[in-house]
Design a protein around this ligand. Structure first.
Ligand code: URP
Ligand code: ZN
Ligand code: ZN
Ligand code: ZN
Length: 468
């Protein structure tokens, strides 16, 4: 089956140019000035449209048990939402059960992933350190194509590991060609601040932010980076929310630490004032790290523009307002942490980044597709438009507008963080490996067509032994 995309403007992380794309068996096999419509080809006219590589969201929590509840999207609703929003690959977090091996846990998650509409991979979370876990790391990378893991420095009693454990895991992961995602917040200080706050009767959602101040994130970010440096291992700092934490990333980069940093759409666009909305509306915006004071946004955007931040991930961790977020109506510490964003990440970063003049089109592609692909071992199969790449493509009309509303979303959530925001630029079609899965905003692809992503190992490029 041949498909030709005619007359579009191709955008990659480095180039913008007009050309036609030839797709055969799901792969891009030609890019040239003009392909005439062969009789056996499906021809798509992309006049007046951008052709972007599909978005790659490396930070999702579909079907994820957490904080005595579980996320509202599974691999069916979640990957439909992703596709509608221009995302053609995700990397989801697993969640281990107590006493379960990483490999056994992974098989359970691969089963869940089978209902996926788009391509999917996993980061294995390690929340319980033991020698066996270390032995499993090379097997995960070599046999399973799982070349990333995740560690938490917060959520004590549920996910948190200590520094010594982090060091040992990072070291072995680095040797095995695995990059370690780190959630960097000082869990011990946060738990104490929460206890102090509740003891004073301060229970409203704004205290979620006050008990997780920037210092708790920047301290943990600096510590994680020092541990990675000592272990001579690559590290990925997830969801950088504030200038102070970003500063730690900049300092570590200067020292030669192999660090990649991510931020999320909500930190770029929303701020702490949402946690003061009346009638517990504020509960919808509770995530960790919390939304920050507005001035941080400018520094995060500049971090993207300068290359200090190389990816934007949604941290899609959706909970229903009614029945899940409301668990914490009288106590912010009981509000499940996390917000929805998988369906909107592509549009939000495009609109507030490109339309508002903060980043170039190429930079948009870099943080939404190329950066994530390169960081997580998917490049050069995913993450750009070129010969040999999977034909994961988003056709985008930059002149049409739409208003975001939860009433029209595929995400299985009863609200949307960006409700009422007008976005200039609409997704007209999405192709996954050459197959049209979204047309005119509607998902038409079939569940279960997504493929598991067996990923390349991550090479260590830096040594911490400095020459000077
Ligand atoms: O609030 C958040 N981010 N919830 C999801 C779990 C995590 O920390 O990534
Ligand atoms: Zn043409
Ligand atoms: Zn996190
Ligand atoms: Zn997360």
């Amino acid at each position: 089956m041949k498909t030709i995309i005619q007359n579009g403007t191709i955008v990659t992380a480095t180039d913008i140019y007009k050309a036609d794309i030839l797709i055969e068996n799901g792969v891009i096999t030609g890019i040239t000035n003009h392909y005439s419509a062969a009789p056996d080809a499906n021809v798509i006219d992309a006049s007046g449209q951008y052709v972007f590589p599909g978005g790659i969201d490396v930070h999702t929590h579909l079907a994820w048990p957490f904080q005595s509840t579980g996320t509202a999207d599974d691999f069916v609703s979640g990957t439909r939402a992703a596709a509608a929003g221009g995302i053609t690959s995700i990397i989801n977090f697993t969640n281990p059960k107590k006493g379960q091996t990483l490999l056994d846990n992974l098989q359970e998650w691969k089963k869940k992933g089978e209902s996926s509409l788009i391509d999917y991979g996993f980061h294995s979370i390690i929340s319980e350190y033991n020698e066996h876990v270390l032995e499993e790391l090379p097997i995960l990378a070599d046999k399973e194509g799982i070349t990333s893991i995740k560690l938490f420095m917060a959520y004590k009693g549920e996910l948190m590991v200590n520094d010594r454990e982090m060091y040992k895991i990072l070291k072995r992961a680095g040797e095995a060609g695995i990059i370690t995602n780190v959630h960097a917040e000082n869990g011990d200080i946060i738990d104490e601040l929460i206890a102090e706050s509740l003891a004073k009767g301060n229970t409203e959602p704004i205290y979620h932010a006050y008990t997780r101040p920037p210092i708790t994130e920047s301290e943990a970010t600096g510590r994680a980076l020092a541990i990675a440096e000592a272990a001579n291992a690559p590290i990925y700092i997830v969801h950088v929310s504030c200038a102070d934490a970003l500063q730690k990333v900049a300092e570590a980069k200067k020292r030669g630490v192999q660090v990649t940093a991510e931020t999320c759409p909500h930190y770029l666009v929303l701020d702490e004032s949402y946690l003061e909305l009346p009638d517990f509306e504020s509960g919808k915006y509770v995530c960790s790290p919390p939304l920050r004071e507005k001035w941080n946004q400018d520094l995060l955007w500049k971090g993207i523009a300068s290359g200090l931040i190389s990816t934007v991930g949604s941290d899609h961790c959706p909970f229903l307002f009614e029945g899940q977020k409301t668990l914490g109506r009288d106590n912010f510490a009981k509000i499940p942490n996390g917000v929805p964003g998988l369906e909107d990440i592509f549009s939000i970063v495009y609109h507030f980044g490109v339309n508002e003049g903060r980043i170039s089109l190429q930079k948009f592609v870099e943080v939404i597709s190329t950066g994530p692909a390169k960081t997580f071992g998917l490049y050069p199969k995913k993450g750009s438009i070129g010969i040999g790449f999977d034909a994961d493509l988003v056709l985008f009309n930059p002149n049409a507008s739409r208003v975001i509303t939860h009433k029209k979303q595929y995400q299985n959530v009863d609200y949307n963080l960006y409700e009422g925001m007008e976005i200039k630029g609409t997704i007209t079609r999405v192709l996954s490996r050459g197959e049209e899965i979204v047309r005119d905003g509607y998902v038409i692809g079939e569940q279960g067509r997504g493929k598991f992503l067996f990923r390349n190992k991550v090479s260590k490029v830096h040594s911490t032994v400095s020459a000077i």
